[in-house]
Design a protein around this ligand. Structure first.
Ligand code: BGC
Length: 363
């Protein structure tokens, strides 16, 4: 996550080479052809063509300065050459775009894709003539996909706490990705740590000394928080064990553990409700937030990401909030589907559809 661009792309190329080496001889239909690759790159990119784009900035704790402004496909291509891999990137896609492509392939009613994972983002299909920024000729389909990069949304209407401000200021990308910093998996556990630290310092929540481990940024991760939040044991044993194992805090009372579960709930609920608001915003923009002209239409959202997949209370809350926002009349027509590794599959499908090898019919 930190280091040089060379190191990062060499790592990816080496992993690819391992995959190719382990591939069954017969699984490659055209052994002499150059392999074509769909490249999912889950960061903001200025896309210059289907298979090129320059990195705008890193997010989610990555910090590899010499890659910023570079064509990531060019970098990967050079790295593949260095390890002797005969491969060509046929499509460069953000994970949201991959999930959208994979989603629509299996279900034509998919209109948007959302990632709730380490980071967060969404993509949707827009009418091309509704995109003021677009200067080029309109596509024949009349449609265009938009990678929203909603993780970078911020607004004075988005209330932030002192914990959010402090987390942002001390992050690798201060002032950036504010929506992401209050929703996504990279940050929820860290927000919890900051709240607990404050309670320890100012209210002696853990007794008269502040637990040393609690001072270590990012020590408490979202999967730990999720495990504590889902603790159903009568004496909140999971909470007790996490505190002991991760933070070296022993002898917590039941009352203290209950407070911690409540904190998990407050932090996760805020993130979940805000992500539902984001999805509702897309539906509203597309006029799919209400029954129009008495006509019912299905809107399917493809969702992926570890936070959505593994943090059940988060995803349940997100879904129930979306229902609440949509109201009864329309909520059954909006369906969320889980698109497992949708972004990888979607990128492969896009690569296939942009293959250089067009089958020529013999005349
Ligand atoms: C990136 C997006 C990506 C999202 C989910 C964000 O930090 O900026 O490009 O789609 O994470 O992976």
């Amino acid at each position: 996550m930190t280091g040089s661009s060379h190191e990062l792309f060499d790592f990816i190329a080496a992993e690819l080479a391992k995959f190719v080496a382990g591939e069954d001889e017969n699984s490659h239909p055209f052994p002499v052809r150059q392999r074509e690759l769909g490249f999912t790159f889950s960061f903001p990119v200025r896309q210059t063509s289907v298979a090129s784009g320059t990195l705008i900035k890193w997010t989610k704790g990555f910090s590899i300065e010499d890659a910023v402004g570079e064509d990531v496909v060019g970098e990967l291509t050079k790295a593949m050459e260095r390890v002797g891999l005969n491969m060509r990137v046929a499509a460069l896609v953000n994970d949201t775009i991959g999930t959208l492509a994979g989603g629509t392939y299996y279900n034509p009613d998919v209109i948007a894709a959302v990632i709730l994972g380490t980071g967060t983002n969404a993509a949707y299909v827009e009418r091309a003539n509704a995109i003021p920024k677009w200067r080029g000729p309109l596509p024949k389909s009349g449609e265009m996909v938009i990678n929203m990069e909603w993780g970078n949304f911020r607004s004075s209407h988005l209330p932030l706490t002192d914990y959010d401000h402090a987390l942002d200021v001390e992050s690798l990308n201060p002032g950036e990705q504010i929506f992401e910093k209050i929703i996504s998996g990279m940050y929820l556990g860290e927000i919890l740590r900051r709240v607990l630290l404050k309670m320890a310092e100012e209210a002696e929540f853990f007794g008269d000394t502040v637990p040393a481990k609690l001072k270590i940024p990012f020590i408490l991760r979202t999967p730990h928080m999720s495990a504590m939040h889902h603790d159903t044991s009568p004496d909140l044993k999971v909470v007790a064990n996490k505190l002991k194992d991760i933070l070296e805090i022993n002898n917590t009372s039941f009352k203290m553990r209950k407070v911690i579960v409540e904190l998990c709930d407050t932090i996760a609920t805020r993130g979940a409700r805000l992500s539902a608001a984001g999805i509702y915003g897309i539906l509203k923009k597309l006029g799919r937030d209400a029954v129009r002209d008495g006509e019912k239409q299905k809107s399917v959202i493809a969702l992926d990401g570890g936070l959505y997949e593994h943090y059940t209370k988060f995803s349940e809350c997100m879904k129930s909030t979306l229902k609440e926002l949509l109201g009864e009349e329309i909520s059954d027509d909006v369906v969320i589907i889980h698109s497992n590794d949708g972004s990888g599959i979607g990128a492969a499908l896009l690569a296939a559809s942009h293959s250089q090898y067009v089958e020529v019919e013999e005349s």
